[in-house]
Design a protein around this ligand. Structure first.
Ligand code: HEM
Ligand code: SF4
Ligand code: SF4
Length: 527
């Protein structure tokens, strides 16, 4: 299983890289697959509502009403019909890529099982919506789908009478089936919306809208496609004949030819077995879990920064239990924590400036604590030589770091780059332990822990607590979000950064900041 995942991961990294060159990190569609899924969903809903105004649900009128929409009202209804179809196809494409990508990047096991598990029913809902949609057109393709689907359902033997016989003869076909199909085509998307909402409940700050540029570009692409190649019906259904050559929509109907080849029960076994396998995948095998974040009430003032920054909704605030003067305290839900350490990077008490006592922040990872990080950073800095002494902080899920090491370069690998409190950068530079700090990790927009590099950028820019103090000279901070694939470029960026800081005059604190910071140094907190 892990071999398969490695191949899938390498393939995605390659494709990501190609897209990144074309779109840049922010607009890379491979990083927005879930958000694009939502975007396509809304296009389908809006265009569907428009079509419903003009669609006639009678067996004899359905085809005619769609012909009117497509040909007479081509400039509005026709475009809406095409948007409806192409956005539905787009939904299938991004959903399948999203599924494969979450699997390939190992973002579906351990505490992250919930999103995967709730994603599986979405597959069935999307297919049910698409197939019922094609059915409603009532052309020869709909006839083919109607017969093939009902024959397949009949093999279950749960309906009192065979339902396929409804489609063998025009006299038998009743409007009830049409009403049922319209009901399915409207009810399933609504239910799907509820499951989509549940799907992202364990994602803090879930991204459900693609960036503006990507949204506009995608919509424009669909519009152009709709005008160049409008969605049309095939010949009207004729129950007196057996449909011959059918143009299938391979996104939704690829499995239909298999129904001719294998027995209905075999196809049920494949569908049920496949669904079960997908549902169980997060536990085949389960992810080895590391010790989760723990709260130290003596140092927690209930500020809530960890709650806001945890990407997996694993921290909550609850009423104080220890009688301290603060109203709230942080509490970690064990089962939701992925041990990414981002909460510790957010806590105002995670500061290396405190030397009087051991560094015990309000929230910390037992196996990757802030005290150990401070000790490691000090030891690493002490081993550096030259006039461009740099510590590289990187993430264990990002690029390979070890080969960057050298006389002037030390490397510290973190659970996630979002685990690094900005006060560490401040401390190491302003106390002359190093000449520069270099940060690296996953590509922007594709953090393995969802928000780590995004929060780091915002903290450095002073847009998010705990922010990096203004006194820290920005020219002594380098960063390159290399991801897994841009290792050689990372080495070049680091070398260029070192060359730049070697030319800088020795760092000196401004007299104003020296005067204002000096007395507080032993108890300083950041942000
Ligand atoms: C209609 C189809 C779907 C839509 C619209 C959708 C949308 C989303 C969105 C918006 C997120 C949050 C992304 C973020 O902010 O990090 C997400 C996460 C996720 N989705 Fe889906 N999804 C769909 C189907 C699926 C399917 C079929 C699967 C797999 C069976 C799946 C697996 C996951 C997983 C594992 C995550 C969590 C990733 C993490 O923890 O970082 N999704 N999805
Ligand atoms: S380590 Fe902290 S930020 Fe990461 S999942 Fe656990 S509680 Fe959330
Ligand atoms: S960030 Fe630190 S101090 Fe604030 S609530 Fe979380 S643990 Fe407590």
């Amino acid at each position: 299983m892990s071999g398969l995942r490695s191949v899938a991961k390498a393939s995605f990294e390659y494709v990501d890289n190609v897209f990144e060159r074309a779109f840049g990190p922010e607009l890379n569609p491979m990083h927005q697959l879930g958000a694009l899924g939502w975007f396509f969903y809304w296009i389908v809903i809006v265009s569907g509502l428009y079509l419903y105004i003009f669609f006639d649900t009678g067996i004899d009128q359905a085809y005619e009403s769609l012909e009117y929409i497509t040909n007479v009202q081509w400039y509005a209804g026709g475009v809406m019909r095409s948007l409806h179809r192409y956005a539905s196809d787009g939904l299938i494409i991004v959903m399948m890529l999203h599924l494969l990508r979450e699997y390939a990047m190992d973002r579906y096991r351990g505490a992250r099982w919930f999103s995967w598990f709730t994603g599986v029913p979405l597959l069935w809902f999307v297919y049910a919506c698409g197939i019922s949609g094609y059915w409603m057109v009532w052309d020869v393709l709909a006839q083919y789908i109607a017969i093939a689907t009902t024959e397949w359902l009949d093999t279950l033997g749960v309906f009192g009478e065979t339902i396929a016989r409804n489609f063998l003869n025009p006299e038998i076909l009743s409007g009830r089936f049409f009403t049922l199909m319209v009901f399915i085509h409207i009810a399933v998307p609504l239910f799907m919306l509820l499951v989509m909402w549940i799907h992202i409940q364990r994602q803090n700050h879930a991204q459900v809208n693609p960036p503006k540029g990507l949204a506009i570009g995608t919509l424009a692409m669909l519009l152009v496609l709709s005008l160049i190649k409008p969605a049309v019906s095939q010949a009207p259904a004729d129950l007196g004949t057996v449909p011959a050559i059918i143009n299938l929509d391979w996104f939704y109907l690829a499995a239909y030819p298999l129904l001719d080849r294998f027995s209905g029960l075999t196809m049920w076994a494949i569908a049920a077995g496949g669904t079960l396998l997908l549902l169980l995948l997060p536990w085949l095998p389960p992810r080895r879990r590391e010790a989760v974040a723990t709260v130290n009430l003596d140092n927690c003032n209930g500020c809530g920064r960890c709650v806001d920054d945890c990407p997996f909704t694993a921290v909550k605030l609850q009423q104080r239990t220890d009688g301290a003067a603060y109203s709230d305290e942080a509490v970690v839900t064990h089962d939701l924590c992925t041990s990414c350490g981002i909460c510790a990077g957010a806590c105002p008490t995670s500061t290396p400036f405190r030397r009087a006592s051991e560094l015990v922040p309000g929230i910390d990872l037992p196996d990757h604590g802030m005290q150990a990080l401070r000790d490691d950073a000090m030891a690493a800095a002490a081993g550096l030589s030259g006039n461009a002494r740099v510590i590289v902080f990187g993430c264990k899920n990002g690029p390979g770091l070890q080969r960057l090491k050298g006389a002037g370069v030390a490397v510290l690998e973190l659970q996630c780059i979002g685990m690094l409190p900005p006060s560490f950068i401040d401390f190491l530079i302003t106390r002359h332990h190093v000449d520069g700090i270099f940060l690296t990790g996953c590509t922007l927009g594709d953090c393995h822990n969802r928000l780590g590099n995004l929060w780091t950028e915002s903290r450095l820019a002073g847009e998010r607590d705990p922010y990096l103090r203004e006194r820290v000279p920005r020219e002594r901070i380098g960063k390159f979000w290399a991801g897994m694939v841009r290792n050689s470029r990372l080495a070049q960026e680091l070398a260029a950064f070192q060359a730049r800081i070697a030319k800088l005059p020795p760092y000196q604190r401004s007299p104003r900041s020296t005067a204002s910071q000096q007395p507080a140094e032993n108890s300083e907190t950041n942000g």
